[in-house]
Design a protein around this ligand. Structure first.
Ligand code: SF4
Ligand code: SF4
Length: 379
């Protein structure tokens, strides 16, 4: 098949934060220093940068290599041309995410500050308008003598809305993963793959994808970052599960004792979110570590929205336990707004998409290798 060249690929990728790929003169220092590059295996980031310079869009998109990088920043620190290869890989991941995205929103959020801002404001006000509508025209009722959160925001309605919303997000993620599969596992880039290869390598999603253990190969100094990332993922996952799966148990007007699991599970997840997101924000403000020297605007939306969700969650509890109806209801509405921002601008369309795409890329890579090894053994 003829290879299509996209002359403006470098310019396009710049809009996703990979601003200095043209400075690279392909010396290969970055690949030599990367702790994740294996002999005879992937040759990132040099090869991906070369594809960008040559305008080989399809080669970039059918490669799993952008997802092999855990952005330790070692390559950027050693690049003699200040091309910032670590950030280029990050930019390519943003670009790939936008290509997979079935909603079409991702590319606007990534490429435009204005679109991001409009997206944030829209997602923020939608749940608030919904709540106001419920109280004016629906089954909800504002009780001011005491705190009755479930009268102001009936848990059944919120629960059903959360489930519909989760289904929509899930469907868009499945659509994204399907597009990713088509780009990476096409016949030219993944020849000879059998169904049995997919079955036998399925475990990779959990053994490599969920554990993120290859990150540890970036070096001793990155182990703490790996741990912080894990705490963030666990805390976020717990909160997501509580809100989407167990809202009736979590949003209640009953005051539980401090030892009740409903309280301490929520508190632990909130503490995890606050500590890790404050650490990310501090790092990006100080710009000491290589990975924090260049921040795309979406890099800020991610930790700030999570932090706001955690803080407003705490405030709801404080006001509720203090018996203050209006502050509880107002903060609850704001909490729903920032939660919608956090989910709608991140899961599937933003930084959080890597939680799905990276394990899938590792899986596809394992399947490709398995097929290639079998073909080589047969020859
Ligand atoms: S990004 Fe830098 S280190 Fe890597 S090949 Fe290009 S010039 Fe060399
Ligand atoms: S940022 Fe780290 S993991 Fe990514 S390519 Fe550079 S050296 Fe390798």
């Amino acid at each position: 098949m003829a290879i299509k060249i996209q002359p403006n690929l470098l310019g396009e990728i710049e809009e996703y934060g990979a601003v200095n790929a043209s400075a690279c003169f392909n010396c290969g220092n970055c690949t030599a220093i990367c702790g994740l590059v294996e002999e005879g295996g992937a040759q990132f980031p040099r090869k991906i940068i070369r594809y960008l310079q040559l305008g080989l869009k399809e080669k970039v998109l059918e490669s799993t290599e952008p997802w092999m990088c855990y952005y330790c920043g070692e390559c950027s620190a050693t690049c003699p041309r200040d091309a910032n290869p670590g950030e280029i890989m990050m930019g390519v991941r943003r670009y790939a995410t936008a290509q997979y995205d079935v909603t079409g929103l991702s590319k606007h959020y990534y490429k435009s500050h204005k679109a991001s801002l409009i997206g944030i404001l829209t997602w923020f006000v939608l749940p608030i308008i919904f709540l106001i509508g419920l109280n004016l025209f629906g089954s909800a009722e504002i009780v001011t003598e005491r705190v009755e959160l479930n009268s102001f925001a009936p848990v059944e309605t919120i629960n059903t809305t959360a489930h519909i919303y989760a289904l929509l997000i899930g469907a868009s993620m499945i659509g994204g993963m399907y597009k990713m599969w088509r780009m990476i596992m096409n016949k030219e880039s993944a020849p000879g793959v059998k169904i049995s290869d997919y079955v036998s390598e399925f475990k990779t999603i959990f053994t490599k994808g969920a554990t993120v253990k290859r990150w540890l190969d970036c070096g001793e100094e990155h182990k703490f970052r790996w741990l912080k990332h894990y705490i963030l993922v666990l805390s976020y996952g717990t909160m997501f599960l509580l809100v989407v799966g167990f809202l009736k148990w979590f949003q209640t007007d009953e005051i539980y004792s401090i030892t009740h699991p409903q309280r301490w599970i929520g508190y632990l997840a909130t503490i995890g979110l606050i500590i890790t997101t404050l650490d990310i924000i501090r790092g990006r403000m100080k710009k000491e570590a290589e990975i924090h020297k260049h921040s795309h605007h979406t890099d800020w939306v991610f930790p700030i929205s999570i932090l706001l969700v955690a803080i407003t969650g705490i405030l709801i509890n404080i006001f509720r336990y203090s018996g203050l109806p209006w502050p509880t209801y107002i903060i609850y509405a704001i909490h729903l707004g920032v939660t919608a921002v956090m989910l709608s601008t991140e899961v599937g369309v933003g930084k959080w998409a890597h939680v799905f795409y990276r394990p899938m890329a590792l899986y596809f890579d394992a399947v490709k290798r398995k097929a290639a090894n079998r073909i080589a053994a047969d020859e």
